[in-house]
Write a protein that binds this ligand. Structure first.
Ligand code: GUN
Ligand code: ZN
Length: 575
């Protein structure tokens, strides 16, 4: 892999989406991020404005365009790309692959364009991958993929972070093979050949491709969606785990006088009102249409970029709140093909539910039929099977839910219109029964046997809700107000460890980490040597050493596969 310093860690997650911290060359970038493309031959929005008005911390430039223009090439070689652009943030360059797809050929070679990107000082560069068209003749797509893979090898030692293209047209077996091979050698993996799918609203194909690639890459790989610059797809692509998007679309659409919205594209000519309050739309209103051509395009490009960045912030806020699915549901109502794309997630429900946290801050809103296969529902349906209760109430889409656990997430925070509730739940359950069933849900079928006869429950005087479980005067578990999850203290943790055999409920850490964890410091993913794969992010876990001694209790903040794939960032927050 390249010599450039490259670090990535997860800060927050929802579905397969993550808010990440990416660091390249000591420059930090929060993901998901949108990389505006700047065309030196056609600078619709000047770099200075991208920096000041849009707070851009990363730009993308097509190095092939520079290479082909002699005057420009000499100037950029002389100054370096950062000084030439007057930009000291991250600069990513593309290789001319997109030209290759659109015009059938380019006049450079893989080695030449790699070397050129090194010479001009790109921090993120691309080899000359070959995007195949959707539904290309399969033997041809395979041939193009094989050439792409050979070219990737020539980039392995490049002096920049390689934005390694994964191709394979709409053939999922090719995409799987490409992801496995590229993922082995590169830390930044780019899903290529998908712009056409976006333009043609083929969102089900897009979902299939992104999900297939993601499932076959280690989870610590940063995933770039090449050219996916329309805000209507950001939430869907982010939900599947895309971290980077680049957009030339904001300028290209403006050239055609197309006005982007999160619900799709409008022709500016057909608008009589502007459904936006960005600085451009606030300033001009519908008079935007009357501007002189060049000014109109420039302002339209700015609007397009504003709505794109705004949508990305909305996606990030949704990840933080844990209601990205609600955003997907809203976006899916913009276009039938988006609804089809969302429905396609059903095919990946199990995989998504393995990445999705077990409990979240936000309530779960039932916003339509696709809620049946949202990851929270799939996870909950699986966990319900652990609970031994004869007293159940049907709550679509969860099925028959034990009445003892109706307070916990997601049931307790499930919001659905009353007409959809078929049975009235009855609420006469002994508190200790609730605790037993909640423990089964969280930890496993036998967990309820750990509740001893002399355990007592203490309720909050103010709210009347369960606060803690005591054995004599010893607090053995508290009950979290927000989601009613049981938070074990050391006595109960010990008992859980004895009841459940290795590796159940456990995160196993290397000896190096033991002194830190014992002092209450977080467990870093790097030190985890084994983990119970049935766990979910946000589960309460037992942290043990290699000899299965309990050394801490905490909250898992990543999914088990992420813990195993990452060697950076926090895996467990110790209590
Ligand atoms: N820009 C849009 N799509 C692609 C692609 O597949 N590869 C590269 N290198 N750039 C792109
Ligand atoms: Zn606007």
């Amino acid at each position: 892999m390249s010599a450039v310093e490259f670090n990535f860690e997860i800060r927050s997650k929802d579905i397969a989406a993550r808010i990440g911290r990416l660091e390249i060359n000591k420059k930090e970038l929060e993901t998901p991020a949108l990389i505006p493309v700047y065309n030196p031959n056609k600078p619709t929005i000047p770099v200075r404005d991208l920096r000041r008005k849009f707070n851009a911390r990363i730009l993308m430039v097509n190095s092939y365009i520079i290479l082909r223009n002699e005057k420009l090439r000499e100037r950029v070689l002389d100054l370096g790309i950062h000084r030439y652009l007057g930009f000291n943030g991250l600069i990513a360059t593309d290789s001319g692959s997109y030209q290759l797809m659109n015009y059938g050929s380019v006049s450079t070679t893989n080695r030449e364009i790699i070397e050129f990107q090194e010479k001009i000082g790109s921090e993120i560069g691309a080899f000359l991958d070959i995007p195949s068209l959707p539904n290309a003749y399969k033997p041809r797509a395979l041939e193009q993929l094989e050439l792409t893979l050979r070219r990737s090898k020539e980039a392995k030692d490049a002096n920049f972070v390689v934005n390694a293209g994964i191709q394979g047209s709409t053939y999922l077996d090719l995409r799987r093979m490409a992801a496995r091979k590229i993922g082995r050698h590169f830390k930044l993996c780019a899903i290529g050949g998908i712009v056409r799918l976006m333009e043609e609203y083929r969102f089900n194909n897009l979902v299939d491709i992104i999900a297939t690639v993601k499932k076959n890459l280690p989870l610590d790989r940063v995933v770039h969606a090449f050219g996916l610059g329309h805000p209507m797809v950001f939430s869907l692509a982010a939900a599947l785990g895309c971290d980077l998007f680049d957009s030339a679309a904001y300028a290209l659409y403006a050239d055609d006088l197309r006005y982007m919205t999160v619900n799709g594209t409008k022709r500016l000519d057909n608008l009589e009102y502007l459904p936006c309050s960005c600085p451009v739309c606030s300033k001009y209103g519908i008079e935007l249409k009357e501007l002189e051509e060049g000014e109109k395009i420039r302002n339209l490009a700015m609007h397009n970029l504003y709505v794109s960045l705004e949508e990305l912030n909305r996606v990030k806020q949704a990840i933080k709140e844990g209601n990205l699915w609600e955003l997907l549901s809203i976006r899916a109502r913009s276009h039938p093909e988006l609804l089809t794309g969302l429905a396609r997630l059903r095919k990946y429900g199990r995989w998504l539910s393995e990445l999705d946290p077990i409990t979240k801050k936000s309530p779960l809103y039932y916003l339509g039929g696709e809620s049946r296969y949202r990851p929270e529902v799939i996870t909950a349906r699986g966990r319900i099977k652990r609970v031994s209760s004869t007293n159940r109430v049907r709550i679509p889409p969860f099925g028959k839910v034990p009445i003892e656990i109706l307070d916990i997430y997601p049931f307790g925070s499930f919001r659905v219109t009353e007409s959809l509730i078929r049975e009235e739940p009855c609420f006469n359950v002994r508190e200790m029964e609730k605790i037993k069933r909640i423990m089964e849900y969280q930890f496993g079928s036998n967990a309820s046997e750990l509740i001893e006869k002399d355990f007592r429950i203490k309720k909050s005087r103010r709210t009347g809700r369960i606060r803690g479980i005591y054995r004599g005067s010893e607090l053995i578990a508290s009950v979290r107000a927000s989601d009613h999850f049981v938070i074990p203290k050391s006595y109960l943790a010990d008992k859980l460890k004895k009841k459940f055999r290795y590796p159940r409920l456990r995160v196993v850490v290397d000896d190096d980490a033991v002194p830190f964890v014992s002092r209450g410091r977080s467990v870093f993913a790097k030190f985890v040597v084994d983990i119970d794969l049935e766990l979910r992010a946000n589960d309460e876990v037992l942290v043990v050493d290699r000899r299965d001694n309990l050394i801490g209790i905490g909250t898992l903040v990543l999914s088990p596969r992420e813990v195993m794939d990452f060697d950076r960032g926090v895996a467990v927050r110790i209590r």
